[in-house]
Design a protein around this ligand. Structure first.
Ligand code: CTP
Ligand code: MG
Length: 219
C-alpha cells in the first residue's frame, strides 16, 4: 500500500493568537507543521503534501524538509485539503489527512489508521471516549437536556481513506452548502461507512494558548 499524507496547515490560528500562522508556531523549538509531518512519516506514510497559507508559502518551504510537497491552501480547511488532494499522486492507494495543529500525535495512531485501511476499510478515524457529563443548553445557557455519552466519541486525525473514495467524495461535495469540519464528514455525506480505531490523548489539537503550554510540558 502506498500512502500519501496530507497536512492541513493553511489556517491562521486566530484562537491561538500568535503573530505567526499557527502551523509555524514553535513547540520545543520546532514548528508545529514539522512535528505533524514527522509523525506521519514515523507512522509509515510514504510521502507528504502540506497545504499552507499563500502569504507565508516561502516561510513554510524554508522550514519543511525538501521532499515535502507544498501547495497553497484555501479559505476553509475543506478547501485546503481539496487543494492538497489534487496534488497527491495518482499512484497512491491511501490518503491520510492530518492537522498541523496535532503535533504530538504518536506514530502508533498513524500505524493503526494505516492497518485499518490495509484490512479493507475505505475510511477510518481515530477516536476517544467522552469522559465529561455532556448536556444540551439553550441560547440563554440553561441546561435543557442530558446526552447519553456512552456512544459519543471525540474524533482526531490523521483520518485515513482509500484515495479514490476520498477524491470522489470531495468531488461530490463540491459546491454543496454543507460545512465540513473534517474529512470523514465529507466521505460520510457520500454514503461511505467510516470505521474507527483508538486515538490517543497526545494527539490533542492545539487550539488555544493553554493547549500549547500543555504540549510544551509533554516534551
Ligand atoms: N486549516 C487549513 N486551512 C484553513 C483553515 C484551517 O489548512 N483554511 C488547518 C489548520 O492549519 C489546522 C487544521 O486545519 O492545522 C485545524 O484547524 P484549526 O485548529 O481550526 O486551525 P486554524 O483555523 O488555524 O485556527 P483558528 O480556527 O483558531 O483560526
Ligand atoms: Mg479554524
Amino acid at each position: 500500500m502506498h500512502a500519501v499524507g496530507i497536512v492541513a496547515a493553511a489556517g491562521s490560528g486566530l484562537r491561538l493568537g500568535a503573530e505567526l500562522p499557527k502551523a509555524l508556531v514553535l513547540l520545543g523549538g520546532r514548528p508545529l507543521v514539522c512535528w505533524a509531518v514527522e509523525a506521519l512519516r514515523a507512522g509509515g506514510v510514504d510521502e507528504v503534501v502540506v497545504a499552507v497559507p499563500a502569504p507565508q508559502q516561502a516561510a513554510f518551504t524554508a522550514v519543511l524538509p525538501d521532499d515535502v510537497h507544498v501547495v497553497v491552501g484555501g479559505d476553509t480547511r475543506t478547501a485546503s485539503v481539496r487543494a492538497a488532494l489534487a496534488a497527491a499522486r495518482e499512484h497512491a492507494d491511501a490518503v491520510l489527512v492530518h492537522d498541523a495543529a496535532r503535533p504530538l500525535t504518536p506514530p502508533e495512531v498513524v500505524a493503526r489508521v494505516l492497518a485499518a485501511l490495509a484490512a479493507g476499510a475505505a475510511a477510518v478515524v481515530p477516536v476517544l471516549p467522552v469522559v465529561d457529563t455532556t448536556v444540551v443548553v439553550d441560547p440563554d445557557g440553561l441546561v435543557t437536556g442530558d446526552v447519553a455519552r456512552g456512544p459519543l466519541r471525540r474524533v482526531q486525525t490523521p483520518q485515513g481513506f482509500d484515495r479514490t473514495t476520498l477524491v470522489a467524495a470531495y468531488a461530490a461535495a463540491h459546491g454543496s452548502a454543507a460545512e465540513f469540519t473534517d474529512d470523514a464528514s465529507v466521505v460520510r455525506a457520500a454514503g461511505i461507512p467510516v470505521h474507527t480505531v483508538a486515538g490517543d490523548e497526545r494527539a490533542a489539537k492545539i487550539t488555544v494558548p493553554h493547549d500549547l503550554a500543555l504540549a510544551e510540558l509533554q516534551l
